[in-house]
Design a protein around this ligand. Sequence first.
Ligand code: CO
Length: 137
Amino acid sequence: MKRIDHIAVAVPNLESALAYYRDTLGLECIGIETVEEQGVRVAKLDAGNTHIELLEPIGPETPVGKFIAKRGAGLHHICMAVEDIDHELDRLKQCQTRLIDNEPKIGAGGARIAFVHPASTGGVLMELSQPSPDGSH
Ligand code: CO
């Protein structure tokens, strides 16, 4: 793992958060999409050599909805880019890492993703992401 793909921030309202990040902070929004499997609407912002993703839950019973209800808006996860997510998951399992996703799922931009439990990473929810071959993520 050599690069942060994105840092994700959980927000209750995507439009108001996006207005601040884009119009006040000056970050360019490069796309908004709904990722049903993760239960979020995502606004992706260009942050130079990485991205910031604003995550709005699509309902209160989604993981991000529960996160906001319990802890409020804030830093949700850090995502590391990986070249071969199957290999990385196998490697982490052998290292007794606690995984949330034992198998990859489909995330924003068609990337193959999996989450690592904060219990193994010093309290930080960590996502691994293998970009889709067309490079859209
Ligand atoms: Co993410």
